[in-house]
Design a protein around this ligand. Structure first.
Ligand code: FUL
Length: 503
């Protein structure tokens, strides 16, 4: 009998493991990093525009009002977080400073802050730091938290006269566009540093999931921003935070503010935030096989403006659902603005519309007829290894498994047999983007009961993280097939859900 040593056993085990790993598909071109993957899975979260504009009725206030303008009557950041969490949103991003320069947290960088308002001074014994309060409420309700800090700062911009502040302690130097030491870049860096190192009242650090670096400016003053320095500050203190900018670096603008993107959407582009800007249409679509993994986020509004204006209508649950299908349903995260009103609360009508939106999402999308025990088959399986890469992987509900084939196969199909005949009216399909975005064409077919041939129901282009395809008319069927019709590398299908009603 031949004995082998412990070392040999270890070596054998190691080579067995490596064999599985070597068997797996290699990453295709650009892939998301972990923070981008985690962020992509948030899908739907809220934007909160709150500040002087809420009280003046403006969208782009000119930094003319004293901090006393900020006077919410019954501010309750818990109500924001609870309302948004109840509506199924994963997080909230607050305008810590909008273009008018007034800071919502108790910064040491400026006198122009709500902490200097009569409202704040009247909160004896209570916190008046709105960023910290909102972060605390987010944590309490299990929501992620992020901040928006406007680079363009009218309060500091020499092109923007501020007669309203003249002779007050708020009439601070206009250093925007000044390249001498101590210029606006230093100020912005200090503000950013305060935000990314902020702690809750009990001393626990505030984790940010996203930092919004807005590119908007309505001024002729040329300010050369120290983007590299800003990014270093964020990465150093909040390594998990996704930095949003026109072109990233971590997430890009979707090219419009109307809550939609075009049907074909790529997660890569070939320019960084420091290069010439793409047009809106180019950002909507992205660049296939581009140089950087920079997925899109759609920033859209529940009302017409970003800030609360009493006379503006609130979008219905149906309108928000339509938005959702044209963003999240096309693999793009939806950042929906829900502005607190002059009371400092999310308006009742907005809350009601959000709840209806949540109900519609559940009623439409939480009807998966697929369970992990169903019978599946496929055109082929990578290395014949069904345990690792078989068609059953598309219905196991996991994010780390997928069906795939040998590297030379760029097209193929996976099929599943439902446990009965059901009226089917939609599909949710997902590509395993952790290893890159590969698929440029897919189809979904059904074989109706008694038929011998498949009927084409869906013809799609890019797949990416998630695609939701709803049918106008339900089809009675028990057999579904997903075909990959075009891919630039062997396709990896992570998930297939079939939506329909159980009788
Ligand atoms: C834009 C800003 O100008 C708007 O006021 C708003 O904050 C929107 C989200 O970004 O660039």
């Amino acid at each position: 009998m031949k004995y082998i040593s412990c070392l040999q056993v270890a070596a054998l085990l190691w080579s067995a493991n490596t064999a599985v790993a070597q068997n797996g598909p290699l990453p295709y071109l650009r892939v998301p990093d972990q923070r981008q993957l985690d962020w992509q899975r948030q899908e739907l979260y809220a934007f909160l525009h709150f500040g002087p504009n809420t009280f003046t009725g403006e969208e782009w206030g000119r930094s003319q009002s004293l901090p006393d303008i900020f006077n919410p009557t019954t501010l309750d950041t818990d109500q924001w977080a609870k309302t948004l969490a109840d509506a199924g949103m994963e997080g909230m991003i607050l305008t810590a400073k909008h273009h008018d320069g007034m800071c919502l947290w108790n910064t040491s960088t400026t006198t122009y802050k709500v902490a200097n308002s009569a409202w704040a001074k009247g909160r004896v014994g209570l916190d008046a730091d709105i960023v910290r309060m909102a972060a605390g409420s987010a944590k309490k309700y299990g929501m992620k938290f992020g901040v928006y800090l406007s680079p363009w700062d009218i309060h500091r911009d020499p092109a923007m006269p501020k007669p309203g502040l003249q002779g007050t302690i708020y009439d601070e130097p206009q250093i925007f566009g000044d390249s001498s030491p101590g210029d606006y870049n230093t100020l912005y860096t200090q503000q950013l540093t305060e935000l990314v190192t902020m702690q809750l009242a009990d001393g626990t650090p505030i984790d940010l999931f996203e930092v919004w670096l807005d590119g908007a400016s309505g001024s002729d003053t040329v300010q050369t921003f120290n983007w590299t320095g800003f990014r270093e500050v964020i990465r150093a203190h909040q390594p998990s935070a996704v930095m949003w900018g026109h072109q990233g670096p971590d997430a890009r603008w979707v090219g419009n503010e109307d809550g939609f993107t075009v049907p074909t959407n790529w997660n890569t582009i070939s320019r960084t935030q420091d290069d010439a800007h793409y047009s809106g249409e180019e950002l909507e679509r992205g660049v296939r096989d581009g140089l950087y993994w920079t997925p899109a986020e759609s920033d859209a509004r529940i009302r017409d403006g970003w800030f609360y204006h009493a006379d503006e209508p609130s979008k219905s649950g149906t309108a928000l659902m339509d938005m959702y299908l044209k963003t999240v349903g096309r693999g793009v995260n939806l950042l929906l603005d829900v502005p607190p009103d002059t009371r400092g609360l999310i308006a009742d009508v907005d809350a009601a519309n959000l709840m209806e939106f949540a109900r519609l999402r559940k009623a439409t999308l939480s009807r998966n007829l697929v369970t992990p025990d169903l019978k599946t088959s496929s055109s082929s399986v990578r290395a014949g290894d069904s345990d690792e890469y078989g068609p059953g992987k598309v219905i196991d509900g996991r994010e780390d498994t997928y069906w795939t084939m040998d590297d030379d196969k760029l097209t193929g199909w996976v099929e599943m047999e439902l446990d009965n005949v059901y009226p089917v009216d939609g599909f949710i399909v997902q590509e395993h983007i952790a290893l890159g975005q590969r698929i440029g064409g897919y189809g979904i077919d059904a074989m109706a009961n008694g038929d011998t041939e498949y009927r084409v129901l869906v013809n799609g282009t890019s797949m990416g993280y998630k695609r939701i395809d709803l049918l106008e008319t339900a089809v009675e069927t028990s057999r579904i097939r997903l075909r990959v019709t075009q891919a630039n590398a062997v396709p990896l299908i992570q998930g297939v859900q079939v939506l329909g009603s159980r009788r």
